[in-house]
Design a protein. Structure first.
Length: 515
């Protein structure tokens, strides 16, 4: 399909008018909201939908099925009847046509690939996702819709999602209660990541699930639970307020923080990560706020802290719950005035930073125990993103495994995983979450002689990775898990992500030592 393609409206074989056919879908019918309106008896309200895609123009019959009828290819020059005496034909024009009906800008990712969008209804583990692919998606209360909603405020055929090579738009189909995007009633509107589409009393959040060629910083997602997380990310990315990301160790909180940065208005500024629990306490202050030359022994030159480095961008403060009390006070002062003072300096510097914090701890409980300042807690506890553990979103495992193996390809060559081995990965509880999955795959890939990672390699890798994890569990946590599962050692071992024999030996050893 070239830029000069057109749709020609004919009556009794004679050309009446020519309409440009760009990248967006074109609807034909007697309804006044159609792109090509035919005011004549016998013409259905919505008769045809022409959908360009990948050099081909498809045509859908809307008259026989209001949602989306049969699809066929619209070849050049063929006339398609629309009511008595009328027809529409696709033609090749001699010159390019700049105008595009319902024109939408090209949605591109940072790496140049077209964005893939999804619609997410509900929240958390109860979320339900609908992926926008190459074909239009009908939304309504009737069973024939691609997205059938059990909502009495939704019309039988309420609206239609229309993708194209230049974006994704929603078209209202004459619904009773209207189609709304971000609080505005629309007839046809471009959908952007972070937008909220309201149909009746149902809200569907528009989520960017990555580019076609995933960039290294893209969050690899497939499950509805993670798509719900990314819907929050798209919504919060446009706001200037602090964000707190909560989740277990290894779930990918830094990737979520990077997505907040790259999808927001500060994407061209720096992204500076700092782990509050990964530095010696005597260095955290200097790393956060900087120091002047000679401020302390070893300070041979001035140093800009993380706040100054992140000026105009985003500061990601991981494990914020590990900050000692004196630094909690200093951090609070910065968040109140947005001025920092380097260690050993008498003057302050203005900083413009979007703060994103992360923790695997229960900060509310720490506040009640007096281990975390309540005033700082309420400063950073404004926008919350909950990242679920990998064990409750197994739909992500296959795509994550493919992603990690692809990243290893330059060093190890092509690797693919055997179906039985993949099934084993799906059955494992992943106490170390995504980080543990990557470690297991790296060990298995190195351990495999050929291109196929089999079940034996995965089992061997799981044992090697889970043993150190088992050592990290305290005797009390092992006993608590065993009590929780009524003394069932196999069930407790599965929940802890360690072999049954390892759990048995650790319990036995702790008992003998009186631990």
């Amino acid at each position: 399909m070239g830029l000069g393609d057109t749709l020609c409206l004919c009556r009794s074989g004679r050309r009446i008018r020519v309409f440009p056919l760009g990248a967006a879908a074109v609807e034909v019918g007697s309804h006044p909201d159609c792109d090509i309106v035919i005011h004549a008896a016998g013409v259905p309200a919505r008769a045809l939908l022409f959908q360009p895609h990948g050099g081909t123009v498809y045509v859908y019959d809307l008259a026989s099925r209001p949602a989306l009828g049969a699809r066929s290819v619209a070849p050049v020059g063929q006339r398609i009847a629309v009511g008595a005496g009328y027809s529409v034909a696709r033609l090749k024009a001699e010159a390019p046509v700049p105008f595009e009906p319902g024109g939408t800008e090209l949605l591109r990712g940072r790496g140049g690939g077209a964005r893939r969008l999804s619609l997410v209804g509900g929240h958390g583990l109860g979320a339900r996702a609908f992926h926008v692919g190459e074909e239009p998606i009908s939304v309504g209360g009737a069973d024939g819709n691609a997205i059938a909603l059990s909502d009495r405020a939704v019309s039988q055929y309420h609206c239609r999602i229309e993708p194209s090579s230049r974006g994704v738009s929603v078209r209202d189909l004459g619904s009773t209660n209207g189609t709304w995007v971000d609080g505005l009633r629309i007839r046809r509107h471009e959908l952007r990541p972070g937008a909220v589409l309201r149909v009746g009393r149902t809200e569907l959040r528009v989520v960017n699930r990555g580019t076609v060629a995933d960039a290294p910083s893209e969050v690899v997602i497939e499950s509805s639970a993670m798509l719900s997380v990314m819907a929050e990310v798209d919504r919060f990315a446009r706001l200037p307020w602090p964000v707190l990301i909560r989740g277990e160790t290894g779930v990918g909180k830094e990737h979520v923080a990077r997505a907040l940065h790259e999808r927001g208005c500060r994407q061209h500024g720096p992204f500076v990560p700092l782990n509050g629990g990964g530095l010696p306490r005597d260095l955290i202050e200097s790393e956060l706020f900087g120091h002047e030359r000679g401020a302390f022994t070893g300070a041979i030159q001035a140093h800009r802290g993380a706040f100054e480095q992140a000026h105009g961008g985003t500061l990601f403060l991981d494990e914020v719950g590990e900050l000692p009390p004196n630094l909690q006070v200093r951090l609070l002062r910065v968040l109140e005035a947005w001025h920092v003072r380097r260690v050993g300096s008498e003057c302050t510097r203005r900083v413009d930073v979007r703060l994103v914090c992360a923790t695997h701890r229960d900060l509310r409980a720490m506040v009640q125990e007096g281990r975390f300042r309540s005033d700082l807690y309420y400063r950073i506890h404004r926008l919350i993103v909950e990242v679920p553990p990998l064990r409750v979103r197994p739909d992500d495992i296959t795509r994550l495994a493919e992603h990690f193996l692809h990243q290893m390809q330059p060093e190890l060559g092509e690797r693919r995983i055997d179906p039985q081995a993949l099934e084993r990965l799906h059955g494992y509880p992943w106490p170390g979450n995504v980080r543990e999955l990557r470690n297991v795959l790296e060990l298995a890939a190195v351990d495999s002689d050929g291109a196929v990672i089999d079940l034996t390699a995965i089992e061997r890798s799981l044992r090697r990775v889970s043993e150190p994890l088992a050592q990290s569990h305290s005797a009390d946590s092992l006993r608590e898990a065993l009590e929780h599962y009524g003394g069932n050692m196999s069930a407790a071992a599965r929940a802890l992500g360690i072999p049954r024999s390892t759990l048995r030996d650790r319990i036995k050893g702790a008992t003998e030592l009186g631990g």
